[in-house]
Design a binder for this molecule. Structure first.
Ligand SMILES: *[C@@H]1O[C@H](CO)[C@@H](O)[C@H](O)[C@H]1NC(C)=O
Ligand SMILES: *[C@@H]1O[C@H](CO)[C@@H](O)[C@H](O)[C@H]1NC(C)=O
Length: 337
């Protein structure tokens, strides 16, 4: 409770600052390394004053398929958590982050390509892929019924990407290891509880939960904490693996949300022992703070909306490149010649 109250106060602070355009001060709320990011960077530098309406218009046109939003959120997560928000996840080529087995199933790259093309036509060589990714994700969340929130800008694009950097945790990671991972990146427990809420929408492969359904912790039995109706429902969706090459179906991460809307029902499922992924269910067992936050979000959509916006902003500020570091990529998939 205590931490989340702080979060709420910070968030209203961000909102107030955004309204008043006291930009520089607001960056004090972000991770320290993101300090040079500011609101309306392209307006202030007169390099692409209308970038935000341009992006929003494009996202609005592209967001017909509601499974795109969770893919975009995951794309930003995969970028920012690994070597910072430098758009290195977008680079094509051998042994890039994109090619890591841990990033299998990432999608929505083409959405970024389309938006980047439009922005390049209007403001050539001005707006970084890293900023575009952050704006696109914010707008996709908004068009899925989520909050809109200020995005601090001025990131530049990284010039390297290496599959070996990808240290993203597996969906069955323990609570302590997951928390250690988030903390090592500059985020905290509240960010983790809140960002896991991204699993409110989107899908996952059965292979990510087969252990929970049939052989939890090598016991030969299902996870004993899983609520029985959920267990039989998921076992029907994901039959036991008996032979190689068996189909590996996609299932909804939040079966209560088949239309992929912004919702807090993910947290109600956690409270009811109905989570799909092991890492989600552990929100109940991560200690009092994670339990209290889960409970607060399950019963307060508005709280969750505000805190989700706040933690997305914090994640979007991790280890950014600014000033003369990096470059403004012309094509998000390749480093400039
Ligand atoms: C998994 O099994 C090990 C012992 O084999 C045990 O120490 C551990 O607590 C178990 N984990 C869970 C989540 O039950
Ligand atoms: C969830 O599981 C835990 C034990 O693992 C149990 O104490 C709790 O009562 C369960 N909650 C519900 C709503 O079934």
């Amino acid at each position: 409770m205590k931490m989340s109250k702080e979060g709420s106060v910070f968030l209203s602070f961000v909102v107030i600052l955004a309204v008043c355009s006291v930009d520089v001060v607001a960056t004090g709320l972000l991770p320290p390394e993101s300090a040079p990011l500011i609101r309306h960077y392209y307006k202030i530098h007169n390099t692409c004053a209308n970038v935000e309406p341009f992006v929003r218009q494009q996202v609005k046109a592209l967001i017909g398929d509601k499974t795109i939003t969770p893919k975009l959120i995951k794309l930003l997560y995969a970028d920012c958590m690994v070597n910072g928000c430098d758009a290195s996840i977008l680079l094509d080529g051998e042994n890039t982050e994109k090619t890591s087995p841990k990033n299998r199933g990432l999608g929505a790259f083409v959405v970024i390509d389309i938006v980047k093309k439009v922005i390049e036509a209007r403001c050539p060589r001005a707006v970084s892929c890293a900023d575009i990714l952050n704006l696109v994700v914010r707008d996709a969340i908004y068009f899925s019924g989520g909050p809109s929130y200020p995005v601090f800008l001025g990131r530049r694009d990284g010039m390297k990407s290496d599959a070996a950097w990808v240290d993203l945790p597996s969906p069955s990671i323990s609570w302590d290891s997951a928390l250690a991972y988030f903390t090592s990146k500059g985020l905290n427990m509240q960010d983790m509880v809140t960002l896991l809420g991204g699993h409110m929408m989107g899908r996952t492969r059965c292979s990510n939960i087969l252990d929970r359904l049939y052989n939890f912790n090598n016991t030969g039995k299902p996870d004993p904490t899983m609520e029985p109706t959920t267990l039989s429902y998921l076992q029907k969706q994901c039959p036991k693996k008996v032979k190689l090459g068996q189909p590996n179906p996609l299932i909804n991460l939040n079966p209560d949300n088949p239309t992929h809307k912004f919702t807090n029902s993910y947290y109600s499922r956690v409270l009811g022992n109905k989570s799909v992924l092991g890492v989600d269910q552990q929100l109940l067992y991560g200690g009092t703070d994670s339990y209290d936050l889960t409970d607060e979000y399950a019963h307060g959509l508005e709280d969750f909306r505000g805190e989700f916006a706040y933690s997305m902003t914090r994640m979007g500020g991790l280890k950014v490149l600014t000033g003369t570091k990096g470059e403004i990529r012309r094509n998000c998939r390749v480093v400039n010649k």
